[in-house]
Ligand binder design. Sequence first.
Ligand SMILES: O=C(CO)COP(=O)(O)O
Length: 252
Amino acid sequence: MAFSSHPIVVGNWKMNGLQASLDQVLAVREACATGAAGRCEVALCVPATLIAQAASLLAGSRLMIGGQDCHAAALGAHTGDISAEMLKDAGAKLVIVGHSERRANHGETDAIVNEKAQAAARAGLTPIICVGETRAERDAGETLRVIGRQIDDSVPRGSNPEATIIAYEPVWAIGTGLTPTEKDVAEVHAFIHRRLATLVPTGGKDMRILYGGSVKASNAAALLAIDHVDGALVGGASLKAADFLGITGVYR
Ligand SMILES: O=C(CO)COP(=O)(O)O
C-alpha cells in the first residue's frame, strides 16, 4: 500500500453553506498557501449560490471550486437548472455528476449521468463521476456487477483520463459512519481500473479514482493508502476547514 502519486481530495458541501461559510473556504485557502493542506490537489464543491464568490476569493490559490451537478444542455428552458458552461463562467473547475443523492432523489440514470459528464468536458470542467452500490446490492453479492454497469454506462467513451475523475461511494457508507473493509475498497477500485481500461484504451489507468463515504481525519490515512485510491470525496467532514484539513494533511 502506498499513496497515489497524483492525489486529490474533494469536499462536497451538499445543500449546506451560507455566506458565513466562506470563512471556511478562506481557511482552506490559507492552509493551501502555507503547505498545511498537504501534498495533494484540493477542491471544494460548494452550493451553486456560493461558487462565484468562493472562486473570486481564490485567484492565485491552488484551491479549486467545483459544482455539485450540471444540466446536460448548455442553455435553454430548464427552470432551476444550471449548465456546465454557467459553472465554468462562475469560476468552477470541476463538477460532481451522478452522485447517489441525485440518482435517488432526481431519478438520474446512467445515461443522464453520461450526458452530464460530456457536458462538463465540453465546458472545460473536470467531471467527478460517482458510482456506488446500495446495501441491498452489496448483501446480494451484486456490487461488482452494479459498479461495472455504472462505469460502462456513465463514463463517456473517449473521456480524457487526465480530466475525468471517478468517485466510488458505496451508498450505505454515505453519512452513516460505516466504511467498507480495506479489502473491499481495494477490490472495487482495482475492478474499476480494469473496467476503465476497456473504455478508455488510451489511458484508463491514469484516471483517478476517489473513495467517498464517511471519510474523516481518523480513518483517512488507512483509506487513502489503499492501492488504486487516488484521493477522497468528503461530505460531512468537509464543512469545517479544520476537519477537512485533517484529511488533506494525510498527504505529507
Ligand atoms: O456523499 C459523500 C460525498 O459526496 C460522502 O458523504 P459523507 O462524507 O458525509 O459520508
